[in-house]
Each structure stands twice: as structure tokens, then as C-alpha cells.
Design a protein. Sequence first.
Length: 332
Amino acid sequence: MNKIFAAITAVNAWVPEYRLTNEVLETMVDTTDEWILTRTGIRERRILKGEGQGTSEIGANAVKGLLEKRGIEATDIDLLICATTTPDMQFPATANIICDKIGAVNAFGFDINAACSGFIYAMTTAAKYIESGMYDKVVVVGADKMSSIIDYTDRTTCVIFGDGGGAVLLEPNTEGLGIIDSILKSDGAGRVHLHQKAGGSVKPASHETVNAKEHFVYQEGQAVFRFAVTKMADVAEEIMKKNNLASEEIAWLVPHQANKRIIDATARRMGISDEKVMINIQHYGNTTNGTIPLCLWEWEDQLHKNDNLIIAAFGGGFTWGAIYLKWAYEKK
Ligand code: UT7
């Protein structure tokens, strides 16, 4: 019997309508369009407005469109994994809420929290359920409402992040297409540089934590940058070597969109030219778990069966990793 691989058979994404532009940010904090663009590559980001709208809204919208594209029902889904850092609630899992919203009554769901590397952690986890023969239809959602944990008076973080996300459907493939390899890494010592100080069990929410703005993203940008720029390039190079892949054999690099300078450094190390790198950070900023499905969705028209893709990410934790996958379909 041929080996079973987990292949992406559909991709979709969803972003809220409201665009927060650099020009608007200039009126909110002491920043300039020029600073944001040259230091990060970002021009605008989307913000989810409205009472009672959380990450599950983004995820549910993405999955509804995904099912339509593939022509299947929500009841066909066996498992839904949601990678998110901004769950609707501490519990239950946002995956469960998405399943409820879309009517995936036969699926079980759980969340993965690995910050910006969450989507590749979730893809790798999902693949194991397919490769083992346990399930046939696994949905992986990557979505975040980063605006819910951003301090819009802090110019060092508010210019970077945005809301949005996407989803992929994984199904068994016996033609050797799909997720071929994956390398995942983490180092908890990195948490000092990027975290949310309060709201967890160490420091539950109180008047003091709210007054001290401890429910927002805390990031030491330069320290994170130094790790991100080396680790993302290291792991991308490692997965190429492990799989004997030459630069010319790679059709696309799909990088997490945190900073254009980190993406460029990774591409350079891999020996990949700019036109093979998916970059849409200018439109969405850093949507954390949303960046990779947003790229796959936007570039779906240009992806061909057998294309070699390297997906690479780095994020809070620290967490980082790379996936090597062979694209499995031509868009109809
Ligand atoms: O996705 C999860 C992982 N996260 C990342 O990968 C993010 C990694 N880090 C970065 O992308 C970058 O470090 C940032 C974009 C966050 C910051 O860029 P930077 O080039 O590292 O700037 P910096 O922190 O070294 O700050 C340089 C200067 C500082 O001013 P002084 O001290 O030199 O006077 C900052 O206060 O830029 C200032 N600055 C700003 N100026 C205008 C910081 N933010 C802003 C701003 N507008 N928005």
C-alpha cells in the first residue's frame, strides 16, 4: 500500500473590512508612514470591529468558504484544529466554538497555542491524524484578533499587528503529494522577550493588572528580531538540507509575515529570489496565526500540482519551524 500523506485540498481566508492605515496610525501615536514602511513593510492592517466579535468569527467565516470551495458539508469534518493566540475565551477552545458556529457536529476540536508558529504546529499535528489513517477530513484554522490584546497608545506594537485568518482542509493523498516533512522547535526561555503579562494563572486579571496595561502584548522588538532573523533562516535551511532540496527546486517560500526584513533574510539564506516569496505583510500586518493561510489563499491561483513549498515561521515562546510540502492540486 502507498504511504498516506496529508495534502491541502482547499484553502480559504477571511479578513474584516476595516483597514487601519499607516496614515490613521500617524494620528493615534507618534509614528510615520515612512518609519512603519521601512522598518516593517506594513502599509495597512485589518481590524475586527463590533461587540461580541472574536477570533471564532474570523475562523468560522474562513471555514464556511473553505467548505463551499471543496463542495463538502460541515458534517463531513472529522477534526478541526484552531491555531490562535487570541482565543474567544480562556476556555472552551475556539475550535469548539467554530465547530458550533458552522454546524460541524461530527467533528471534535481543540486549539493550539504556539503564537506565530501555531499554524505550522497545527498543520503538523493534523497531518499525523491523516497519515495514521485515523481521519480523512481535518480542517486547520489559523486566526487571530490581535487588536484585542494591543495597546493602541504603544507605537512599538500597535503598528505591527492586525486581525484576520484562514483555513486549509487536509485530506489523504497516496500520490506522494502533501506534507512531506516538518521541523518544529521551541525555547521557553524566550518568553521574557514576548508575552502577555497578566490574565493567566500566574497573574489573574485584577484592577491593578488592567491599570498597569498588563493584558496587552509585551514585546522587546530588537531581541525578538535578532532571534527571528536567525532561527527562521536556520530552520528553512535545515529542512532544505534534510530533504536534499536545491534552491531552484523550491517553487515558493511561504514565510510568516512579521517583518519584511526577516522574510528577506530567510529568502537570502535559502538562495531564493524575491518573485518566489509570498509577501502580503503590506496589506495585513502581522496576523500571528493568520499569516500563512492568508498567503496560501492569496497565491492559490499561482500554485501548481507538484510545486515544492517551504513554509517557515517564528514567534512567541519562542517557537519556530518549517514545513516542506508538495502542492496537490490545480485551482479549478
Ligand atoms: O511575529 C512574532 C515575532 N515578532 C517579530 O518577529 C518582531 C521582531 N521585531 C521587529 O520586527 C522589529 O524589532 C520592530 C518592527 C518591532 C521594531 O523595529 P526596530 O528596527 O527593531 O526598531 P527599534 O525597536 O530598534 O527602535 C528604533 C527606534 C527607537 O527610537 P530611539 O530609541 O532610537 O530613539 C524606537 O523608540 O524607533 C522607535 N520606534 C518608532 N518610531 C516611530 C519604535 N516604534 C516606532 C514607531 N514609529 N512605530
